[in-house]
Design a protein around this ligand. Sequence first.
Ligand code: PEP
Ligand code: MN
Length: 341
Amino acid sequence: MDIIVLRPDATDDNISVIVKKLDSWGLKANISKGTERTIIGVIGDTSQVSEEEEDALKAMEWVENVLRILKPYKLASREFKKTNTEIKVGNHVIGGNRIHVMAGPCAVESRQGLLEIARKVKECGATFLRAGAFKPRTSPYSFQGLGEEGLKYLAEARQETGLFIVTEIMDARDIDVIVKYTDIIQIGARNMQNFRLLLEVGSAKKPVLLKRGLSSTIKEWLMSAEYIMSRGNHEVMFCERGIRTFETATRNTLDLSSVPLLKKLSHLPVVVDPSHGVGKWDLVTPMAMAAVAAGADALLIEVHTNPEEALSDGEQSLRPDYFKKLMDSIKPIAKAIGREI
Ligand code: PEP
Ligand code: MN
């Protein structure tokens, strides 16, 4: 077996009985205490455990289920959980019938600029404000973000507009300050396999938006979600943002096949970021429409009131009037597949 699911009323003594048993079989336990129940991930060669031994575990009154999952990702797999995971943020649900739009500038650049963009995206129907205060820039000489000052502006925009906040963490040392201000923690593409950072957000009590690595396979991506979940945080959503291919006409190649594929392999919500996926503002709306048609649970769209002056990603940012057009274009598609925006 690979996963032991305990009943909600299992005690620490109950858990240690199982840990000792696993130890006697040469196996280790990874205990993850969620808000509802405790799950024990079994580490080691579980094929050695006989059916009788497994039955003995199942017979314990505080054990709800013992599962053998053949995939290397366990908690993230559809086999582990058949129903779609719904992540609640305030009064919103990500992974339910409603498709959410997370929008905002690539980076928080100034208080006034952020508030202006926040008001616009709210007016157009976005439910989350997405902007970075800690930016992963290719060059150390480029604008790196405003840090905590930027987070404070995000908090102010949240207060004024009621939009919930999504912002990126780049370093495990920033976890406390990020958690203080954000509603959803973003793990950027460059950190998808920063395993220490994944474990850190796995211990946080905030949903995590996990972007796909620049050249990551679906399996590697699922394993990164598993890292987060293995620490007890099961509120993980994937975010497809394009991958590197031989093509250079677009910034990345937006792999929309990952949406239905992830839905098949996993129960976690899937977000699509066409802005980084294509890198050109005029291609964002058609790909946003395609993402909705493919089954995305949310979109992440970069919006700027003055893209020419943006300190990062101006060429892929939509002006508010074009963002409004994007919102108008995706609504009929959502309706056609029985969803709402
Ligand atoms: C971003 O969201 O602004 C960003 C840096 O994206 P990614 O990590 O996908 O490159
Ligand atoms: Mn960006």
